[in-house]
Design a protein around this ligand. Structure first.
Ligand code: C5P
Length: 225
């Protein structure tokens, strides 16, 4: 990484969706593109940070100068995050599936003759953001989560910040009008404390990433002597 305000700082970023296996050929997923998370990893690396990007399956190039760990399921993502510690800061931008198939099949599931319906039992996935925020040993000094909301964006994000135990929440307006999903623009509010809310104008995902990276740099300072 080039020298910059984050030289000597280690940062973990998660990005993309997770894929939760049903059987060897099928999975449950979501529409996350990974654009925002990858842009954040890229922006942090440009400021000199040593970045580990733990990403679910995406159709994006690896950001230059970033250590990329590719995973599929939420449980694999949590393990890769734990393995990336210790870090000074962690940014959880992945769209982690809330549910996985409780007992995924070892062989391809077959249609059952005569059966008009079929049921999958789901089990709750670990909450990676809440897990890392709650570490008593090795908790990153700064933990940043995302909150995608369609209404009362700041209020819901404030609640989420408290519930998850993270330091900051980047609240994302994903109402249809904001056009965030799969698009290049993002309207966000940075909630850095219950009374510390910064509303940013509509920006490209690259600009959101750059602003966030600079704010992280201002908060952590440099570890370089
Ligand atoms: O609860 P919700 O999914 O709305 O919270 C979003 C935030 O929590 C994001 O930062 C996301 O990366 C993180 N998250 C996580 N693990 C989960 C669910 C969400 O890290 N299982």
């Amino acid at each position: 990484a080039p020298a910059g305000p984050l030289t000597g700082r280690r940062v973990l970023v998660t990005s993309g969706p997770t894929h939760e296996p049903i059987d060897p050929v099928r999975y449950i997923a979501n529409r996350s593109s990974g654009k925002q998370g990858h842009a954040i990893a890229d922006a942090l690396a440009r400021l000199g940070a040593e970045v580990t990007l733990v990403t679910g399956p995406v159709a994006l190039p690896d950001p230059p100068g970033v250590r990329v760990v590719a995973v599929e399921s939420a449980r694999d993502m949590l393990e890769a995050c734990r393995a990336a510690l210790p870090v000074d800061a962690a940014v959880f931008a992945a769209a982690v599936a809330d549910w996985r198939v409780a007992a995924s099949a070892d062989q391809k599931l077959k249609k059952q003759p005569g059966a008009e319906t079929m049921t999958l039992d789901l089990a709750q996935n670990p909450d990676i953001l809440a897990t890392i925020s709650g570490l008593t040993e090795g908790r990153p000094a700064l933990v940043v989560g995302f909150a995608a909301e369609t209404e009362r964006v700041v209020e819901h994000a404030r609640d989420k910040r408290a519930r998850k135990g993270c330091d900051w929440i980047v609240a994302n307006d994903v109402s249809a009008a904001a056009g965030t999903f799969g698009g290049d623009a993002n309207t966000v509010h940075l909630i850095a404390g219950s009374e510390d809310v910064d509303s940013w104008p509509p920006l490209s995902k690259a600009e959101v990433a750059e602003r966030l990276a600079h704010r992280i740099a201002a908060t952590l300072g440099s570890a370089a002597s």
